[in-house]
Design a protein around this ligand. Structure first.
Ligand code: TXA
Ligand code: MG
Length: 354
């Protein structure tokens, strides 16, 4: 299949380009498009055969359910059976935006979308291109991140091209995505509500509206797994990634430097990811190491925005080992920690976990 790459203006997408992509969605073809978080790989969420194409193109196992994207909360009734009372305030406060809600599905949603679960994941993306595509196709769009399964999510159209060219009909290229990590997935069926995947909407922002919100701790937390897609090693670069956590920033950074120097001395091609401030401080100690600065330690949104592109850049350089540290749990820190943990082949814990 020949993949078309169509450039669109991120703020004022051209109507012709959107109409072309929307026609493909209506035909059940696969269209990669930008959201505010990462690029998605979308098609008609109500067409089972179309949805199966997503799983084929990504090499994604069928037991990993998809997020359905809507143009607004007024589309909820197209895919959801009943709407719990908190949804009104959450939608007003956070949509469009990086918040995915797990709600009871209705009969219009093929079981391919939900991996047979009685619930469906829904969100309204805050990107003019995604919203224009949803409105022009007038269909709910099922879309996972537009990468091969298990790999690093794409934050640019080039990333999508590297992973999926020849396997999908079209890529809408609107430049880099502004948030850079995926949406927060929130389950409202439990008391308190529970974050299944930390993401672009911080826990603190949800708690300001809902009161206490739990965070599902993963397999190590002991509880049953709420969704298959949440467990497997995921978001991983080709290089093995070593994550240092459980201590103050300075101690973590010192250990990162230690490990990087040791591996480098053993002949490995080593990449290191740190904050701008860390990087300036330790640069001279890391000759021959690819040191990338992700952003200021005072701005976790910048670190989140740059993280996936940095992982892909180190892979492209042929790095064999990436060493990085935890950046705390405030705001987007929790999402960054979650992705690094799942990308990691090895976690080095300095003191009992934070
Ligand atoms: O920001 C995002 O969420 C991006 C953009 C494209 O919207 N999408 C994305 O999709 O990250 P994906 O497929 O890579 O991740 C979907 C997550 C998975 O962790 C999946 O297990 C969870 O949502 N999920 C989907 N349906 C679910 C359900 N019914 N119950 C629990 N978790 C569900
Ligand atoms: Mg994904």
């Amino acid at each position: 299949m020949k993949t078309r790459l169509i450039r669109v203006d991120p703020l004022h997408p051209e109507a012709g380009a959107i109409a072309e992509a929307a026609a493909l969605v209506r035909q059940g073809q696969l269209v990669a498009f930008p959201t505010e978080t990462v690029y998605g790989l979308g098609t008609n969420a109500l067409d089972a055969a179309a949805v199966r194409r997503i799983f084929e193109a990504k090499g994604r196992p069928a037991n990993d359910p998809l997020i359905v994207h809507l143009a607004g909360a007024e589309w909820l009734s197209r895919v959801v059976a009943s709407v719990p009372p908190e949804v009104g305030i959450l939608a007003t406060r956070f949509w469009p935006g990086p918040l995915t809600l797990i709600l009871p599905r209705n009969a219009a949603v093929p079981s391919e979308v939900t991996a047979g679960l009685p619930t469906v994941a829904v969100r309204v993306p805050a990107h003019p291109v995604a919203l224009a595509l949803l409105r022009a196709s007038d269909l709910p769009i099922a879309a996972p991140s537009a990468n091969r399964f298990g790999g690093v999510s794409p934050t640019t159209a080039e990333h999508v091209w590297q992973d999926l060219a020849g396997r999908i009909a079209c890529i809408l290229d609107a430049g880099p995505t502004p948030i850079g990590v995926e949406s927060t997935v929130l389950d409202l069926s439990t008391r308190p509500p529970r974050i299944l995947r930390p993401g672009g909407t911080p826990r603190e922002a949800l708690e300001a509206v809902l009161g206490p919100v739990a965070v599902w701790e993963g397999a190590s937390g002991g509880g049953a797994q709420p969704s298959p897609g949440l467990l497997a090693k995921h978001y991983a670069p080709r290089a093995r990634l070593i994550l240092v956590l459980g201590g103050e920033a300075e101690a973590l950074t010192a250990r990162v430097v230690d490990i990087a120097r040791t591996l480098s001395a053993q002949g490995e091609r080593v990449g290191v990811l740190l904050t701008d401030e860390d990087a300036r401080r330790v640069e001279a100690q890391l000759p021959g190491v690819s040191l990338l600065a992700l952003g200021s330690q005072t701005d976790l949104t910048e670190i989140a925005r740059n993280l996936y592109a940095a992982l892909r850049q180190l892979d492209a350089q042929g790095i064999t080992a990436i060493v990085t540290r935890d950046f705390g749990s405030h705001g987007l820190g929790l999402a960054i920690r979650d992705r690094l943990r799942r990308a990691a082949s090895e976690v080095v814990t300095l003191s009992p976990e934070p």
